[in-house]
Ligand binder design. Structure first.
Ligand code: ADP
Ligand code: MG
Length: 328
C-alpha cells in the first residue's frame, strides 16, 4: 500500500536518530517547528518548507509572488508556534539564471521582510526544475510555545481570518479567470498569504494549542486532535467565509473549500473559556478576525481522536491535502 505524506515521515524519519542524544532539543519531528534550547532563557523554533513549481504554485506564477509565498509559508509555521522570526536560509533550484526573474523574486521576498523583519544568513543555489526550500528560525521565551499537543478537554476552537479563499483562488487561476475584482482578490489570497505572526506571539499566554492551516482546516485540526488525544466538534455554519468567496460561490461550495482546501495559512487554535474575552479583544486590537467554530471534548477511545462537523454531510468531510495520497 502506498504511504501518504505523514505515514511516510513516521515510517522512515521519525526514528532515524532515536539513539542520538542531543540535549538542546526540546521538541523534534511532529509539530509546525522543532524547538531547541540554546540557553536557559530562550527557545529557538526551526522549520523547513519547500515550494515546487507546478505542485505548490502554478508554473506561470509571477516571480514576486513566488518569493513572497516561499517565505510567508515558512513564517506561518513560526506563527503557529508563537515564535518571533530571527533568520532564514534559502536553497534555490533554478532552471536558468534569469536576472529579471531573480530581481522580482527578491522584490517579493523583500516586501514581506519589510512587514516581518528576518535576516537571510545563507543557503544554496543550484540548476534544475524550479524549487525553493527555506529554513526559518524564530525565538520564544523558554518554556512557552504553542504546541499541537497542548489542547484540553473543554477548549473552544478558533480560527483566524477567512477560510477557503486560497482554495477558490487556485480554481480561478487554473480556469484563467481573474477578470473581475472579486476573482482577482481571491487569487491574491492564494499568491500572497499573510503569516499571522503577531496573533501567534500574542496567543502564547492565551491559547493551549495551535497549528497553521496549510493543508485545510479538517486535516490540520485533526493533527491537534491526534497529538492532544481530544475530539473536536465544529459547526460548518460558523466557519468564517469572506464576502468575496460568498460572492463567487454557493454557500455549500464555499463551506466545502473552507473545510478541505489548503493554502489559507490562517491559524487554528484552542483555548479555555476563561480566555475568550481576551482573545476577541486581541482580535479587535490587531484587526485580525478571529472566529469561534467549535469545542473540544475528552477522547474516550484514544485510538479514535477525530472531528465531528455539525451542519455538514460527513462523507464530504474526509479529505485534506496530503502529498503521495490519491488527492496529490
Ligand atoms: P507543516 O505543514 O507544518 O509544514 P509538515 O506536515 O510538512 O508540517 O510536517 C509535519 C512534521 O514532520 C514536521 O514536524 C516536520 O518537521 C516533519 N517532517 C516532514 N518531512 C520530514 C523529513 N523528511 N524528515 C524529518 N522530518 C520531517
Ligand atoms: Mg504548519
Amino acid at each position: 500500500m502506498a504511504l501518504g505524506e505523514f505515514e511516510l515521515i513516521q515510517h522512515y524519519f521519525a526514528d532515524l536518530t532515536a539513539q542520538v542524544n542531543y540535549s538542546p532539543l526540546v521538541l523534534g519531528i511532529g509539530d509546525d517547528c522543532a524547538l531547541l534550547a540554546p540557553d536557559p532563557a530562550h527557545w529557538t523554533a526551526v522549520s523547513t518548507d519547500t515550494l515546487v513549481a507546478g505542485v505548490h504554485f502554478p508554473e506561470n506564477t509571477p516571480a514576486a509572488d513566488i518569493g513572497w509565498k516561499a517565505l510567508a509559508v515558512n513564517l506561518s509555521d513560526l506563527a503557529a508556534m508563537g515564535a518571533t522570526p530571527s533568520w532564514f536560509n534559502l536553497a534555490l533550484t533554478l532552471p536558468a539564471a534569469d536576472s529579471e526573474w531573480l530581481r522580482q523574486f527578491c522584490d517579493g521576498m523583500a516586501q514581506l521582510i519589510q512587514l516581518f523583519p528576518i535576516k537571510l544568513i545563507g543557503g544554496d543555489t543550484t540548476r534544475g526544475p524550479l524549487s525553493i526550500t527555506i529554513t526559518v528560525a524564530g525565538q520564544l521565551p523558554a518554556g512557552k510555545a504553542l504546541l499541537r499537543s497542548g489542547a484540553k478537554d473543554g477548549d473552544s476552537v478558533f480560527v483566524s481570518g477567512y477560510l477557503g479563499d486560497a482554495g477558490r483562488g487556485l480554481q480561478l487561476w487554473q480556469l484563467n479567470n481573474a477578470s473581475h475584482p472579486v476573482e482577482h482578490h481571491l487569487i491574491q489570497r492564494l499568491l500572497r498569504p499573510q503569516p499571522r505572526l503577531t496573533l501567534g506571539s500574542s496567543l502564547l499566554t492565551l491559547a493551549n494549542s495551535c497549528i497553521d492551516i496549510s493543508d485545510g482546516l479538517f486535516g490540520d485540526l485533526k493533527h491537534i486532535c491526534e497529538r492532544s488525544a481530544v475530539q473536536a466538534q465544529i459547526d460548518a455554519a460558523l466557519l468564517p467565509l469572506s464576502a468575496d468567496l460568498l460572492n463567487d460561490l454557493e454557500p455549500a461550495q464555499a463551506i466545502k473549500l473552507a473545510l478541505t482546501a489548503g493554502d489559507d495559512y490562517e491559524l487554528c487554535f484552542t483555548a479555555a473559556a476563561e480566555h475568550e474575552v481576551a482573545i476577541f479583544k486581541l482580535s479587535d486590537a490587531l484587526g485580525v478576525p478571529v472566529t469561534k467554530i467549535g469545542q473540544l471534548f475528552a477522547c474516550d477511545d484514544l485510538t479514535q481522536p477525530g472531528i465531528t462537523i455539525l451542519n455538514y454531510s460527513a462523507s464530504e468531510s474526509e479529505s485534506a491535502f496530503q502529498h503521495f495520497k490519491a488527492n496529490a
